[in-house]
Ligand binder design. Structure first.
Ligand code: HEM
Ligand code: HEM
Ligand code: FE2
Length: 449
């Protein structure tokens, strides 16, 4: 860490991890409900738990991205953040909006639009908050001495992510139009601009951890950005197959979304190639695991498991089933959760000055979460395929099918317990690092500059 103001990232990371823990609790509530243990039903019915689970996911990842930006941008731009005080104002207001939204969900104050359940009135507060965040980041870049491709791709991702939130705020009376624009947010986020954010963070981490030249690494970044836009924008069509819009989307969505795995493949190859090429002298092995892991798991979760149901011929059967949940879990985990956990693992020793680079707790956290999540993905997948067969081929009643497949949720809960144990170890490590210190400035063992 070279700039004192980078320390503000720590508090964003802490908030992200707190919200992540809450997300998991709601995951368990749903998992148990699905095997008939639904004791909390009066207070937290399944649909509420689902809204809380998925929206907390989005909020903690965005909080993590913001932390990543506060850490990366000053260093890339070679200047202090323009205002640490305002960054704290932004953090606290973000936490407040989050808490109000989550509490509101329990009193039926939510919209029923998956992932975007925050009521429109609160959306305006989100907009103000994000404007403050972007102002601080853009101001710092503008003031800085250096503008790197890494910083620009990361910032571009964040600015576009903010802009794309807006179409989701327009009110439509038609369910079809509402759905059409909801995908501009949800799809163009995860299969578009969030990939730029991921690419930016990945590029930064690879520069730091492998010691390969910036020029080489950033060249790949252009390829990734290109592939993302080429496939992802029209790939939105894979959500338009049967929602009541023009049939042309069956072809457009099928063709372009089938190309989407290429961007994730490029990221996985990129990370593995840089790892091989690099001198591997950086001592922070745990951060390296998370970084390479994110690139590989995102290719499997998003690329391969996404491809598995993206053609209209398969999607007509799998749409909205647990096959979707299978893909949703492994894609979000690999691409976005793992990259946030990677930047946290990288930044913590630098911010606190404690060089806990290779401790067992950190390695167990990595493997337990990853094996647990892989197991959960398989459980969702098996349940999903059984559901598709019974419900959509054999035409059994929806609820009867849910009963038939509940056994798979026992397996899911076992794997989820392993996953949660890994997360607890990650949090224990996070806490053991203690808080950031000014003494840690310049104490970093970098391989660059
Ligand atoms: C990191 C990137 C990705 C993430 C986080 C992600 C996550 C998700 C999530 C959460 C859903 C459910 C959305 C909802 O119903 O509201 C979904 C749906 C879908 N995803 Fe992805 N995805 C990613 C990349 C991809 C890619 C690359 C493909 C195609 C190759 C793909 C194909 C699909 C399809 C076809 C659906 C619709 C499923 C249905 O009809 O129920 N995804 N994705
Ligand atoms: C202990 C851990 C977890 C458990 C037990 C769990 C369980 C569940 C359950 C039961 C659902 C509802 C599926 C349904 O409709 O029946 C769900 C939805 C979802 N969860 Fe989790 N989850 C956990 C952790 C996570 C994590 C870490 C992520 C992201 C990295 C995640 C992302 C999602 C997403 C994106 C959905 C919506 C899926 C869809 O669109 O169909 N979950 N989860
Ligand atoms: Fe999509």
């Amino acid at each position: 860490m070279k700039y004192k103001s980078q320390k503000v990232a720590y508090w964003f990371f802490a908030l992200a991890i707190l919200l992540f823990s809450l997300q998991i609790i709601y995951g368990f509530i749903m998992g148990f409900a699905r095997i008939g243990m639904d004791g909390l039903h009066e207070f937290i019915p399944f649909n509420t738990a689902r809204a809380v689970h998925t929206n907390l996911l989005v909020v903690w990842l965005l909080t993590g991205f913001m932390g990543a930006a506060y850490y990366i941008i000053p260093e890339e731009a070679q200047t202090e953040l323009i205002s640490v005080k305002l960054a704290f104002v932004q953090l606290i207001s973000l936490a407040l909006v989050g808490v109000v939204a989550i509490v509101g969900f329990h009193f039926n104050y939510w919209e029923g639009r998956k992932f975007l359940e925050i009521p429109r009135e609160l959306d305006y507060l989100v907009v103000v908050n994000v404007l403050l965040f972007l102002g601080l980041i853009l101001g710092t870049l503008y003031k800085g001495k250096r503008r790197t491709t890494t910083a620009l791709v990361l910032t571009m991702g964040l600015v576009f992510a903010a802009l794309l939130y807006l179409p989701g705020m327009i009110w439509f009376d038609s369910q079809v139009t509402d759905s059409f624009f909801r995908w501009w947010v949800v799809h163009l986020w995860v299969e578009g601009v969030w990939e730029l954010i991921m690419g930016g963070i990945l590029s930064y981490l690879l520069i730091k951890l492998t010691g390969v030249d910036r020029e080489v690494i950033e060249k790949w970044l252009y390829v990734i950005v290109g592939l993302t836009f080429l496939s992802g924008i029209l790939g939105t069509g894979h959500h338009y197959y049967f929602i009541g819009v023009n049939k042309i989307w069956l072809v457009v969505g099928g063709v372009f979304s089938a190309l989407e795995p290429l961007a994730f493949l490029a990221m996985a190859l990129f990370a593995m190639y840089m790892y091989k090429k690099g001198e591997k002298s950086h001592p922070n092995k745990i951060a390296l695991f998370w970084t390479i892991g994110a690139a590989i798991v995102s290719f499997i979760g998003a690329g391969l498991l996404g491809f598995a149901h993206t053609l209209p011929q398969t999607n007509i059967y799998t749409h909205g089933t647990l096959v979707t949940a299978m893909h949703g879990h492994y894609a979000f985990w690999g691409a976005y959760a793992m990259i946030v956990l990677a930047i946290i693992s990288y930044a913590l020793p630098n911010m606190t000055g404690r060089k806990r680079y290779n401790v067992n707790t950190g390695h167990y956290a990595f493997w337990l979460t990853n094996i647990g999540m892989l197991g959960m993905t398989v459980a969702f997948g098996v349940a999903g395929v059984a559901q598709v067969y019974l419900e959509r081929k054999m035409k059994l009643d929806f609820m009867d099918v849910q009963n038939e497949i509940s056994i798979h949720f026992v397996v899911l809960l076992l794997c989820a317990t392993m996953f949660a144990t890994g997360v607890i170890l990650y949090i224990i490590e996070f806490l053991r690092f203690g808080q950031p210190t000014d003494e840690a400035v310049l104490g970093e063992n970098t391989t660059e500059e």
